[in-house]
Structure formats: structure tokens, C-alpha cells
Design a protein around this ligand. Sequence first.
Ligand SMILES: Nc1ncnc2c1ncn2[C@@H]1O[C@H](COP(=O)(O)OP(=O)(O)OP(=O)(O)O)[C@@H](O)[C@H]1O
Ligand SMILES: [Mg+2]
Length: 988
Amino acid sequence: RMHALLNGFFELALAEVHRFEGTINQFLGDGFMALFGAPLAHEDDARRAVGAAVAIRRALRDRRSYGPGPGAELAVRIGLNTGVVVVGSIGDNLRMDYTAVGDTTNVAARLQQAAAPGEIVIAEATARLVRSDVRLAPAGALSVKGKSDPVIAYKVLGLAPRRSAFEHAAERAFGRFVGRDEELRRLGKLLTDAHAGAGRLVRVVGEAGAGKSRLLYELRRTLGATDMTTLEARCRAYGATIPYLPILDLVRGQCGIEEIDPPETIAAKVRSTLTGLGIDADDRTPFLLHLLGVKASGAALEDLAVEVVRERTVDTLGRMLLEGSRRRPLLVVIEDLHWIDDASEAHLGTLAARLEASPVLMVATHRPDWQPRWPNPASAEEIVLPPLGEADSLTLVQAVVARTSLPDELARVILDRASGNPLFLEELARAVAEQGDLAATRSMPDTLRALLSARMDRLPAAPKRLLQTTAVLGREFPRRLLETVWEGPGSVTAHLAELARLDFLHELSAGGDPAYAFNHALTQEVAYESLLTPQRHALHETAAQVLESSDAGRGAREWERLAYHWTRTARADKAVEALSRVAARAMATYANAEAVAALREAETHAARLTTDREPVTLRLVLERSQALLLLGQPQESLDDLRSRADLVERVGDASLTAQYHFRLASAHGVLGDSARAIEHADRALGEARRAGDGATEGKAEYILARESFWSGDLRRSVDHGRRAVVLLDRASERWWLATAHWSRALSYLVLGQFDDALDSATWAGTIADKLRDSRLASQAAWIRGWIHATRGDWATGIEAGRRALELAPDEMSRAVAEGFLGTCFIEKGDTAAALPLLEQATATLGRLRLRQLEGFFTVLQGLAHALRGDPERAAALAARGLEIVRGINFGPAIIEAHLVESLVARARHDLAAASRALGEALALAERIGARFLAAQMRLGLAEVAQAAGDREAVVRHLGPAHADLRALGAPVWAARAVTLARAAGLAL
Ligand SMILES: Nc1ncnc2c1ncn2[C@@H]1O[C@H](COP(=O)(O)OP(=O)(O)OP(=O)(O)O)[C@@H](O)[C@H]1O
Ligand SMILES: [Mg+2]
């Protein structure tokens, strides 16, 4: 067994060593020695050695099956050193059987012995070579036999996340850093607090060029490689309509995903990151892949409701950061909030609030013309960057013009003009260094933008044009893309070198293709603005085409980036297509505000279309109305749709017309106007049938079922519900299908068909579970609870009601679940438990304008007060509730209100009034076909008659009541009828 175990281990370890181009030179019982760089040396031998070590460790963790049994697993101890080794081949040359001897291998062996199981310990010599690729922690100094100096050792924690902009920035030659002692001190203090678990969000505020990014760079430099993990996200200019851009940065950073990774690699990285953090990767990977725009194989997120996707994604991110910070404190840097999109902003607010009590420091930068909308006090901490003082300004200027000594007078002019803005100081100093005399300096532009633009104008034609071209491509861009797009004279490489020398750009060495970035955002903005419109169009078009053809090979399209380019060209069709895709993706991540914005923008481009302008526009309008509904803006949705009646007419397409009326019906329904909702749903139905559009037909049937229910036409509701279920099932519209089942359950319940109602509720619940949609699941649970309680089984009812409350994901669901749980408690007779629930539900639903249920729960509050013997309050509440539900004609609630009236009348010993109220309720129940309610009212009438000593009336009501209650399957209620019969001395 041990033998098999070891063999398994060797097999796996060898594969990794070979994958990283190492050679195994010696087996040592339960271990081995591997060499990297012998016989052939590569530049990155150390990096590959560490890579192999990490891979072996991970592979062992992943393959628990090699462990000798549960609870114990096989762990390796790895030591690594770098240096000269003496390699001898012992025996047969051809077998390349090396023995490496000497100091270097001795130290490696010593490090291996010092490592704890599962640890990789490396010597300082190796650490120096891999520092930028690996996360390290100091492991102390080890004494080695035969060596006088101790060996400084490091533990390998893992591979470093991809290189951040900070690290890129370090490659650019920065001038000397001046001032900002106070700011660094404050940030240092916040870091210490974060280490101690008091994390927070701090904003660094300053105008363009004030030195926000530089300050954070300096802060990071003070951190050792090992103190904290840093994650970095940036918002981009022109990026505000791309949802989740900075959030994506955070995910990519935490998972170590590179721009160039193919989808399989991304999926593998996400999975192993989640597993490493102890988060269920099977469950959560699909959400992150969805966010990253990678199509996950197997997982069907399309089935999930958008709310769920959003909720799970946010939750996953929060957990990743929390778990990550528990392993090592986190510094999260978010640059340039003034360009953030709405979805990310909301997201960050939530995340920040959630991370407050953990070792996470979030530092965000922005310019002063932007303010956060987060309500939480954690975002109140603010560090405002003041202008640099005279002395610091002078030092900075002198550092730039280092070669020439600057006459006082010139320095004076620069300092006055730049007024302490570091970028302005640098740029002016550079201009002076280039031009050199006082007169030229005096005539220099007096704003930073104008200055940058003047400096660009002084460039030779070709590099200037290249700079403008790069500005179209973005703040960062791969050289290959630039080469494809570039049509001007000369070599791209030479121009880039010149622009780098003049401090406009710098090269990024991210590994793989060379890429460049603007030194400063403002430089890019100014270069972009200097282009003439036709030039800009042409450049964007070329860029879009290049991107499209390179995307084609990779599968997933970057619609956001394409939209950015296409919308800036003359190709309206392409712009519309890309924006529609952006909107669809945004809706799928519940970024509905972005979806609305993208669709609005798409419409302005659609107006430029020469063919199909109107149908394309109509489709955009329909999509947008859905996004507006999901955003909670039904009135806007309605207004928007109504203003398009002419367009629908002119397009004259049956399916589109059907969808149009369905959307109108939805909006009216949500706004509580059942009559109009029914009118439009009928139209939608007709048109959908004509077009053979089953999905829309099914949705229209659902609306008709729902609205018929609210307006008291239960039989019609059941019919529509049945058709909706068939059509939606056939069209695989599962979310709508669950909703249709739910609405059928409601109707069956009021009709007194309890078994059918439970059946439908079960269907709704099953689909909800499959879709993992907690809102639907909560609905299914409360309807089940209500059915059981109504029937008399309040214990099961309360249980289901509690479940509904637990599942409820949002305010509205919670309020509805509370109301129905309260209803179950009334059935139990526990009014003390019922009342607070009902009160809370009523208040919330009133605020959310869900009139039907607000009225219903008000009436039920009255019922509770009547039952606990407070007829005055009962009467008042019933009256208030009745006023609400009468207006909208909600039958079941009106019946309950009459019931309360009768109880109040009995408490006042007015039996005639009690009987009248019940009579009214009975008539209404019979009219709408509510058999169970009718039977209950009859039972009530019999009780009143018994109290009044009217034996003939008792006989008249009690017989049918008892028969119905039994037939409908409500034994508890039938028993009550039997008790009454006994008291009255009647045989049933
Ligand atoms: N304290 C400082 N000492 C020396 N140089 C500085 C200092 N602060 C900023 N700089 C330099 O000034 C330039 C602009 O700084 P930085 O890019 O940090 O500005 P920013 O506030 O981030 O601007 P933006 O809002 O446009 O992003 C950089 O070249 C930076 O190196
Ligand atoms: Mg900056």
C-alpha cells in the first residue's frame, strides 16, 4: 500500500517537474532531487523550479485519493536553492544519470529538512530571482553544517497574482518623491488598523495630476512583499457604460487571471482559487465565469433568475475577499472612481460595508468633482491631497531638469504657474528643459491640458500621429494591435521608443506580447481630443475590425470594447448590435441601470440606420421596458411604451406587436390596474397566436391568470393559468412557468380546491429550487403554508410560512411572507404572534404600493383584534382594509372583512347585524365561486342562528356547510360543524 502510494506521488511529481522543464537526477527513498537549468540553463530556471514546486503541492492537495486514509493526507516538504552545482554522470552516460554535489545541493537539502509538511522553503538566492512572481514569507535564518553564515530562508505562499499597474509603474523611471509625509503617515496608521482587523474604506481625493496614484505607489513600496496581499482595480475613462469593469479587475487579480488567458485556463484558475479559499467551487465557479464573460460548460446559469445570479456573484466576491483577508491582510486599491459605472459603485458600497470588521483596507482614488453615493460611514474617511509646498515643488522641478541648472527666475515662473500640482510641475519643467529660455516659458499655456497639447504639437508628425492613434486604443494597448491599426510612415517600435523617451508612454512588461501605456490619463485624454472627427471614425473602425477578427478565434467576444469602438464610427448597425449585446449581458448580471443606458444609447445609433430602422428601434424599446420593470420603474416603463404606439403600428409585425402589448400588460399589472392589464394581455394573446409566438402567448396567458385572480374572476384565472402552463412549458420559459404555477395555486386555494392548489404550489417550488431562485421559492412556500393553514392544519402552515420568511431575498418577499405567516398564526388562534407580523407586513406593503395584500393584511389585523376581544380596533381596521380592497375589487379580502364585521356585531350582541354581514360575505363567495369561504360563512351563519335560537336557520345553513367542508377536505372545519350540530341536538 505504501508502495502504491509512493508510486502515485512520484508519477504526479515527475509530470510537474517535466512540465516545467526540469530533470530528476536522484531518487532518495521517499523523495527526489530535481535540477532546473542543468544540463541546459534558461533565464528563468529559478522561476520554473518554484513553479514546479507549487504545482506539485497543489496537485497533491487536489488528489486526496493518494492520502493513506481520511483525515491524513500525503504532504511534501520541498527545499530550493540556487547556485552552482557539480554534475557528474555516474555510470552509463546515455542514461544521463546525474549526481549533483556541493554546497548548493547541501543547502537545498537543509531547507527541505527545515520545511514543515506542505511547505516550500527557498533560499534567499532563489528568492531574489523569483520575488516578483511569487508571494513569500520570511522563514528565518538556518545554520548549515560547514557554512559559517546562516542561510536566510523564505516560505513560498503561492504564485503572485498578475502584475499590477503598480509594478508596471515601477518600470517607468519616476522622479524623486517629495512631501506627502502626513498623508503617508495616515495611510500607514490605517494599514496598521486594518492588520488588527479594523478595515475600512478610505478615499484619496485630488485633482488630475495631484499625485494620488503616486502616493499609493509609494505606500505600496513601504510594504514588504510579504505583509499584505494587494488587489488592484481601475476604472477607465470612457468605461462608465461598461458594467463591472473595476469589479472584474478584482476577480482577475484574486484569481491571477491574465488578459491573454484562454477560457479553459480562466476556468481552472477560478476553480483553484475558490477551492484554495475554502469556498465551494462547484457551486460558485459558474457565477464568476459568467461575470468574466466566459461560457462555462455544463452549468446552466441561463436558467437562473437574474436576481439570483447577481446576488450569488456579489456574495461570492465578498466571501473571496473575506477568506483571502483571513489568510493574509488585504490592501484593495481602486483607482479613478470618477469613471466608475453605477453597477460597480453599488457593488463596492456593499462590499465595503461587509468588509468593515476584517483585515482589509480599501483605498480608492478620485478627483474632487466626483462624490460617492454610499450611505455607510466607512466611506467617510477622506485624504485630500493639498498642493505641494514651495520647497517640495522646487525639488521636484529640479529633479526633472537635472542636467541643466535652473535660473531662479525660470523656477519662479514654473512654480507660480503650476501652483503645486506635481504633474503640472513636471510638464512645465520638461517644456522648459526642451525650450530653455524665459520668453518661451512665459508664453506657455497656463492650464495643464493646454500645456500637454502644446507639447504634443511640438512632436514630429509621425510620432504625434502614433500617439493620437494609441489614444483611440485606450490607456493601455498591446503593440501588436497598434501595429495592425497603424498606417503611417516609419517603424512603430521606433516611434514608441521616442514617445517613451519623451515621457508620454512607457512599456509594460507583462510577459507575452509587449504592451504600452500612457504615463498619465490626462495625456491620453488630450491626445484623443486633438483628433479630427473623420480621423477618429476611421481609427475606431480599424480598431473594431481588428478586435472582431481576433475575437473570432477566441470565441468570447468583448462586446463592451467593440461597442466603445463601433459607437465612434459611422457604422450604426455595428454600434446597435454591440450595444444590444452589452445590454443583454448587463441584464444577465442584474446591472439593469447599465442595460437601460446601453439600450438608450443603442437607440440613438439605430436612428442613423438606413435599413430596418423601425423594427430594430422597436426591439430596443421592448428590451428597455423589461429592464425598467426590473429596475422598479413601472411608470417609466409604461410611459416609454405608450409613446411608441405609432412605431408599433408602422412596423406591423405580429410577434413584435404581441410583445409590445404583453409589456404594457405587465406594467399596468404591476401598477395595480388590472382592467388595462387584461385588455393588453388579450391583445398580446391574439397577436402572439397569429405570429405563432408561443412564449409570448404563454406570458400573456399568465398575466391574464394573475389579473383575473386579483379582480375576483377565479374560474377565468384557472383557465388562463392552465393554458399558460402548457405554453410556457413548451417554450421552456421556466421562470415564467413557475410563476404561472404559483398563480394557479392562488386561484385553486380560493376556489377551495386544496389538492389542486397544493399540486401547483409543489410545481412552483420544484422549479424554483431548480432555478435556485429564492424569491420564487419563498412564494411557493408561503402559498403552501396558506393552503395548509386555511384547511385547518396550522402547524404545517406555520412551518412553511417560516420557511418562506427564511428564503425571502428582498423586502417585498419578506413582507409578503410575514403577512402569510401571520395568517397561519390566526388560524392557530395565536393572535399575539400574528399581530406584529401582520402589522409589519402591512406597513411595508403599503410603502411598496402592493395594494391587494396591504388591504388583505389590514383586514386580517382586524380579524386578530376581533378574536382577542377588541371589537373597537377590529371594526376600525376592517373598515380601513375594506376601503382599500373594495377599490380594487379583491374578493377574498372583502369576504374576510365582512367576517370581521360579523364578529364585531356579535361582540356588541347585535345578532341581526352579524347575520347580515355574513349573508353579504356568503353572496360574494358564491358569486366568485369561492366554495370553501362560502361554506365557512354558512357555518358562521349557523352559529349566529344558534345563538339567536333560530333552529330553522341552523338546520338550513349547517347541513350544506358540513357537506361542503367535508367534501373539500377540511376535516378540522367539518369537525367544528359536527360540534355545533351536537350542541344544537341535530343529526348531520
Ligand atoms: N509627491 C510627489 N513627488 C514627486 N512626484 C510626484 C508626487 N506626486 C505626484 N508626482 C508625479 O506627478 C505625476 C502625476 O501624479 P499622479 O499620476 O499620481 O496623479 P493623479 O492624482 O493620480 O492624477 P489622475 O487623477 O489624472 O490619475 C506623476 O508623474 C507623479 O510621479
Ligand atoms: Mg491617477
